[in-house]
Design a protein around this ligand. Structure first.
Ligand SMILES: Nc1nc2c(ncn2[C@@H]2O[C@H](COP(=O)(O)OP(=O)(O)OP(=O)(O)O)[C@@H](O)[C@H]2O)c(=O)[nH]1
Ligand SMILES: [Mg+2]
Length: 484
């Protein structure tokens, strides 16, 4: 009996000691600044999920990976990397294993397009650096890196938080008057312009107009159309909760509308019904997402598909710039920004990264980086990036092309997707400018058609095989190098 009591006491003392040590370690890690939260942002299809998958894979299999710019891997200080679930913290797991399997071996597919917010926690174990006294207090140092992924469509809901329903409608009016949105809207433009804001709302009509509005948004975001500023984002991809039904009023009289008339409008009028649904959307879906997603982020990667915009043409590039400016405007990291008012973020670093640069020849990569800087410059000049370190990079998370020399001319070779088939082929491209092209410069890109590539064949990723990339090691260094 006494023995049993003694061993129970011993076990419980051990458990207390263990949990105290764990708590102490967690607190100690925080004290030592050993936790960093990376936000990976970008419009839909900019390459966020592929970037996260590759980043995790490169770090987990660092001995096989090529990471010369990331000194902990080069110097042999990196001992191992584990991926932990964030499920306990109420978050969905980033589907790393699924994405890795997709890229691997016989399957050879890109990760699936993201439908919900997910995250994961990487634990990097490192040999301590020598201190001034020649030793460190710990045998192993740990760096925890939290990474968050979400559907790109949702990013464009952020600027909506700074607009009321009337402002949003007026904004839609000016955007939808221009090509290609005007042509894509067709008759719907006229029907929305003719809707009397003060008439009693016909809910069946709203529902059918809403469906047509969604079709219009889908056409805008189609890769061939190449528009970035497609709002509201959850009309394209709703995730777990269905958004309320609303659409913009395009009547020209909205601009001169008397605020008293608006206030006194019948609760069942179009203007009141649509405004209520718009506010509900912002309050119940958009704001909670940003609170959850942006609140803890320390460092932000903004992936920009510069080559896609360059390929589609001038209007696509201008639209991407406008969308980026709006997002950054509401993102601005200064004291009075929308984000800091809402969630007091502590973002200390922003890295703009041109993605998928394996679609152009290596001698043009530097130009892609410079062009990215030119694109985001006007956007971030407007924003107040107080005490925030801002940089530009260019990367291919997965290098899907190799170089092929054809009669003194270098070309790119890869597996291209043609309808449902994949065919090996060659690809050439016009020279990439380091600044935004002028009207004449744009003509060079008219006949250039980017083709969708498959990931490289025979990757043995699930067995720890190498995943080819371009400059991802530089991006990793810029993101977490100083924390190692
Ligand atoms: N060639 C090449 N293509 C890439 C690379 N990364 C992504 N892609 C292509 O871009 C597509 C979109 O990539 P994702 O990683 O799903 O993009 P995302 O930003 O997560 O997209 P959403 O989840 O829809 O917001 C992929 O299906 C690939 O076709 C890359 O490094 N190289
Ligand atoms: Mg994704």
């Amino acid at each position: 009996m006494a023995e049993k009591l003694q061993s129970r006491l011993k076990a419980s003392l051990q458990s207390v000691a263990r949990s105290t040590a764990e708590t102490f370690d967690k607190g100690y890690d925080r004290l030592l600044d050993r936790r960093v939260c990376l936000g990976v942002t970008g419009f839909s299809g900019s390459g966020k999920s592929t970037f996260i998958t590759s980043l995790i894979h490169q770090l987990r299999h660092f001995p096989e990976a090529t990471l010369p710019a990331f000194s902990p891997a080069l110097q042999g200080r990196l001992l191992g990397v584990e991926v932990h679930s964030m499920n306990g913290a109420g978050q969905k797991d980033f589907p790393f294993t699924k994405a890795q399997k997709a890229l691997s071996g016989g399957v050879q597919q890109w990760p699936e397009s993201t439908r919900n917010l997910s995250s994961c926690l990487l634990e990097l174990r490192l040999k301590p650096r020598k201190t001034h006294f020649g030793f460190s207090a710990r045998k192993v140092e740990r760096l925890f890196v939290e990474i968050r992924d979400y559907p790109g469509e949702w990013l464009l809901d952020l600027p909506l938080l700074g607009m009321n329903f009337q402002q949003w409608c007026l904004d839609c009016q000016s955007l939808y008057r221009e090509s290609p949105r005007r042509e894509l809207l067709g008759d719907l433009f006229i029907e929305l312009a003719e809707l009397d804001p003060f008439a009693i709302a016909d809910m069946d009509l709203i529902e059918s107009l809403h469906q047509r509005f969604i079709t219009f948004l889908q056409q805008c975001s189609h890769p061939d159309t190449g528009l970035s500023l497609v709002q509201p984002g959850r009309f394209l991809l709703s995730g777990d909760s269905k958004p309320p039904v609303f659409l913009p009023l395009l009547t020209p009289k909205l601009k001169q509308l008397n605020p008293e008339d608006w206030k006194n409008a019948d609760d069942n009028s179009y203007i009141k019904v649509l405004e209520k649904a718009y506010n509900q959307y912002l309050n119940e879906q958009v704001e909670p997402f940003y609170k959850e997603h942006f609140s803890g982020i320390d460092r932000q990667v903004v992936l920009v598909d510069v080559l896609k915009a360059l390929n589609v043409g001038k209007y696509s590039m201008e639209d991407m710039q406008l969308a980026l400016t709006r997002v950054l405007d509401s993102f601005q990291f200064g004291q009075n920004s929308l984000l800091s008012r809402l969630f007091s973020p502590r973002i200390e670093k922003v890295l703009f990264v041109a993605s998928k640069i394996d679609q152009v020849l290596p001698e043009q990569h530097e130009n892609v980086r410079a062009l990215t800087a030119a694109i985001v410059q006007s956007a971030y000049r407007k924003a107040t990036f107080e005490q925030v370190d801002v940089q530009c990079e260019a990367t291919a998370s997965v290098r899907a092309t190799t170089i092929y020399q054809k009669n003194d001319r270098a070309m790119l070779q890869g597996l291209f997707i043609n309808d449902d088939e994949s065919v090996p082929g060659l690809m050439a491209h016009p020279d990439i400018p380091s600044t935004l092209p002028d009207d004449q410069g744009w003509q060079r890109f008219q006949s250039w058609r980017l083709r969708k590539l498959l990931p490289p064949a025979n990757l043995q990723l699930t067995d720890g095989g190498a995943l080819p990339h371009i400059r991802l090691d530089v991006v990793i260094r810029e993101l977490i190098g100083d924390k190692c």
